[in-house]
Ligand binder design. Structure first.
Ligand code: SF4
Length: 468
């Protein structure tokens, strides 16, 4: 009697309107959630990942199709799901968008996984086997001990960075963010030894810690960060890494010292605005409490340890005007911020911001699900109180020009080299700025490539973090 493995096809969809970034393989990261699902799937299944970051979609037969999507890629996810639904192949959608908009998703796919997948995937597969797959499964937040690792061998081999997660959840409640809704408000930490064991299995030298905040809040989290970084050094794990953290990253210099020793080259800080009133409006309380005057000291300390600062800022905040946005640009250009993420305020579903704008009838791109593809942070999707959308977009483009023009970038590059005394920090931040340039001007100007411009072969380090 022949035994046939069932086939699970997992798909990572790509926003069709913003494909520019994927020509730069060093700025994209493996779909870690799909890798975790693969490892949760019983052994009588064969699992394949179809990753649109690399492969043009081509229909493949399967018994079950699983998709993940951000808001900006969900339009494409629904498009692909419809191809399989037409053929009678069951489709499952999970990830942040489906979790925030389950009713919409349930109309367009057979099954929706809401929240973290770990607690429900095995039940879902059992139900599938019994012909009783439900239309919705609600995951619960599990502790991070014995966390399921992703099946890395299924990721495309051309990813330059490996990604790994060490914490989930965030106690803060920034108005524009859905992390605390999806992953909960308690900051859950994986045991350090388990993270180190997993790091030892990674064969990439470049690593992206996908945590929303690798360092966390308070003494316990700081101690744990130090233990993790020391562990990387003590076990001889040779990596260069990039992560996101809060402005409190520099509170404890021991954290910085061990971060640097363990291979940290750049850190993304959610700065958002240089104005306290705006920080308060968006509930960015940690930054507001610290006060903008202390930011220079934060950047200085981080740079002192050879680590570059990637500052994330938002343009188009409620109280922004052309003048205030121009002031933000001036602030950024004068501060010791090495790389700059300057995105447009985007109300993502599941956020307080989205609900508020919906209630006030401010959302312009509201023909869902088609319009979700505009929610990629480089388009104006809402009516601003002060600026008309096209005026605001043009103003922001003018600011991008001031942030990412050649003269500014070269000045920043030289300043980074001087402040960090690290060529890696200089190269990473310069490369990242070019990626943000590419995102900003994807449809207006030719894409730029650091390796080509500098005649570097095999250049592969310019990390970048944005949900496009
Ligand atoms: S933006 Fe960062 S600090 Fe704010 S809620 Fe989201 S993850 Fe937490």
């Amino acid at each position: 009697m022949s035994f046939r493995l069932k086939k699970l096809l997992l798909i990572n969809p790509l926003n069709r309107t913003r494909k520019g970034l994927i020509i730069h393989k060093h700025v994209i990261y493996p779909p870690i959630g799909l890798g975790i699902i693969a490892n949760l799937t019983p052994s009588d299944w064969e699992v394949e990942i179809l990753d649109e970051n690399f492969d043009e979609f081509e229909y493949k037969d399967a018994d079950l199709v699983g998709l993940t999507a951000l808001t900006s890629s969900v339009t494409r996810a629904y498009e692909i799901a419809s191809i399989y639904k037409e053929k009678g192949i069951p489709t499952v959608l999970g990830g942040i968008h489906a979790s925030m908009m389950p009713d919409e998703a349930m109309k367009l796919v057979d099954t929706v996984v809401v929240g973290e997948v770990e607690s429900v995937w095995k039940n879902l597969i059992e139900d599938f086997d019994n012909g009783q797959m439900k239309s919705r499964y609600d995951g619960v937040l599990l502790p991070m001990e014995d966390a399921v690792r992703p099946a890395r061998h299924l990721f495309h081999k051309d990813y330059k960075f490996a990604s790994i997660q060490t914490t989930r959840g965030c106690p803060m409640r920034c108005e524009f963010c859905s992390v605390h809704t999806f992953n909960g408000r308690s900051y859950r930490l994986r045991p350090v030894e388990e993270v180190l064991d997993e790091l030892e299995t990674i064969d990439h030298e470049l690593v992206y810690f996908v945590d929303d905040n690798l360092i966390g809040y308070g003494k316990r989290s700081q101690d744990r960060a130090i233990e993790l970084f020391k562990g990387i050094v003590e076990r001889g794990i040779k990596i260069n890494w990039f992560a996101s953290a809060s402005m409190n990253f520099s509170d404890n210099e021991e954290v910085l010292e061990w971060a640097a020793k363990s291979g940290c080259r750049m850190v993304l800080l959610g700065i958002e605005s240089e104005r306290i009133d705006q920080l308060k409006d968006m509930n960015k309380n940690l930054n507001a409490k610290m006060g903008v005057a202390s930011y220079d000291e934060v950047f200085r300390k981080i740079n002192k340890y050879g680590i570059a600062v990637l500052g994330a800022f938002i343009y188009g905040l409620d109280t922004d005007t052309p003048e205030s946005m121009s002031n933000r640009t001036e602030y950024i250009n004068n501060a010791d911020i090495d790389a700059v993420q300057a995105t447009i305020l985007t109300p993502l579903p599941g956020t307080v911001l989205f609900n508020r704008m919906l209630e006030d009838d401010k959302i312009i791109f509201n023909n869902f699900p088609e319009d979700w593809q505009h929610y990629h942070f480089a388009d104006v999707v809402f009516k601003h109180d002060i600026m008309k959308p096209d005026v605001m977009l043009q103003e922001i483009k003018d600011n991008w020009d001031k942030l990412y023009n050649d003269v500014t970038l070269k000045k920043k590059f030289i300043r980074t080299l001087k402040n960090t005394k690290s060529s890696a920090a200089g190269i990473w931040s310069y490369g990242s700025n070019l990626q943000y340039y590419n995102l900003a001007f994807e449809h207006d100007r030719p894409q730029r490539d650091f390796a080509e411009e500098f005649g570097l072969d095999n250049f592969d380090a310019s990390p970048f973090s944005i949900n496009v």
